[in-house]
Design a protein around this ligand. Structure first.
Ligand code: FES
Length: 146
């Protein structure tokens, strides 16, 4: 390889590394929970919100589930009152798949932000996220998808 080509490739690498680092960081906090799919319903164990860090058990603020029957994942947030919200992670602006960061949904395409319940916080999106009703019992969360 000629020196000029090497320097050119090094330049591309230097440009690409920060971008890929950002992408990896953006996805690093997503936990994809196990779930069972029943008729029109996704059942998730409440234990999926528990996480062991060192010797401590802590609670996750949210988990993500990806069903084969749905094109986009569903984010499930846990509120301090132990209620849950479930929203389709599809941006209502132009349909990009959302990320979760800083306790909210954010869109990598044009910067829309949605709160934990799927409400628009910042445009260009104008409509709230599609949300799903949730019921719970002592051990499980049921997301009603139909
Ligand atoms: S697609 Fe999400 S802000 Fe445009």
């Amino acid at each position: 390889m000629r020196r000029k080509d090497f320097i050119k490739r090094l330049g591309y690498l230097a440009t690409a590394l920060p971008a890929s680092s950002f992408l990896l960081h953006g996805c690093a906090g997503l936990y994809y929970a196990s779930f069972a799919e029943e008729e029109g319903m996704l059942r998730i164990s409440k234990g999926e919100f528990k996480q062991i860090k060192g010797k401590k058990q802590i609670e996750r603020d949210f988990v993500v589930i990806q069903s084969d029957s749905m094109q986009y994942p569903i984010g499930i947030f846990r509120t301090p009152k132990l209620d849950y919200t479930a929203s389709l992670m599809q941006c209502t602006h132009r349909g990009c798949e959302l990320n979760i960061g800083g306790g909210i949904y954010n869109c990598p395409c044009h910067g829309s932000e949605f709160d934990r319940s799927g409400g628009v916080m910042q445009g260009p999106a104008e409509e709230n996220l599609k949300s799903f009703p949730i019921t719970t019992d002592n051990e499980h969360i049921y997301v009603h998808v139909s």
